[in-house]
Design a protein around this ligand. Sequence first.
Ligand SMILES: [Zn+2]
Length: 441
Amino acid sequence: MLRLHDTANGQVRELVPRDEGRISLYVCGPTVYDVPHIGHGRSMLVYDILRRYLEWSGLAVEHVSNITDIDDKIIQRAHERGRSPADVAEEFERAWYDAVDALGVLRPTHDPHATAFVDRMLELIGELVDKGLAYETDDGVYFVTESVPDYGLLARQSLDSLRSGARVEVEEQKRSPIDFVLWKKAKPGEPSWESPWGPGRPGWHTECVVMSLDLLGDGFDIHTGGLDLMFPHHENERAQAVAVGKGFARHWMHHAFVEVGGEKMSKSLDNFTSLTDLLARHDARAYRLLVLRSHYRSPMEVTPATIGDAESGLDRLDSFARRFPSPAAEPDPAALARFRELMDDDLRTPQAVALLFDLVGQANAGDDACAAAAAREIARALGLELRAGGEDIDAETTALMAERDAARAARDFARADALRDELQSRGWVVEDTAEGTRVHR
Ligand SMILES: [Zn+2]
């Protein structure tokens, strides 16, 4: 069984499913106000690799990943562009899923939208207020952080040290600087929902705790996200669940950042790189290979050189696939056992990829069909698609591709999406490239 690092205790420990044979997985999804950046791409791929490996190991995975479709940043962007927040959210949700699909990331079982769960969020906030664990101020409703004795579990800091490190804002009505907002009262012109505390909208931390517990139930298996979400977002989600006596995530998994030129990637550092741009310039599979080549808890460097290396690696894999087009033997069991051993040890993907390339070398050198079959199986388990090339694209498919390009050029995304679905239903994998729609089997 998989052993996975757990942020809550800082140790690699066995992942014991709540329900035998099933894993419930919550991945914090995007706030849709901009195109995804390469850090999001790593996040999507890390959890896709986890999910695929669990499924390859014979487990059923229920994967929930939310869409935060109401937020200060969305309202700000809508204001800048003179559009409605719903319109902005819809546009960038589409950009998100375009990137998800291009990366070959499996879509979640459920993708709850925050705006569809506001009633449930109000129920939770009401319960917290009734229990004296939340209070109203002029601008919202806040959580009494000190009501949770082990607050700071994920940050691995005590309440006292978090409190003394917190910034105190002038004129704030919060009882403690680390209390956080559950409900934000609306300012004029902002989208809002009615509540016992006046019109407003839910806080981000309340959104995820409600959607995860509603869809996956008490004590679900894994809660995930980037290291930047560990504190305060995940800590605050957990605090609310603990406060109302619910079992929350049994295992916390966080991945490290993407670095560009040795610095953490972020918009404020001006090294923002959009995933959409990257995918237009490079084979999406190269980004998956690059992600696999770093352990998920180590920073990952994205530069033209590292992407270029990954593309050469893919060429090697594709030429192997042309030489061994279909499995002609059973996979070498020792190789698969070694693969399992590596992945079960906190997902040692860099070593698993090295094993894959060793097997490819072995297959090529000795015409070894068992090694070739094992290499194909490992690539499949990791979601690395190998292309033997030389596919014939029929005239009807070519016409659908052209029609889709025209729809995208006219910004008719509903039509473009329908055409992508049509191509997929004919068995094609659909990719968006700088040259337009591309398909392969
Ligand atoms: Zn979240």
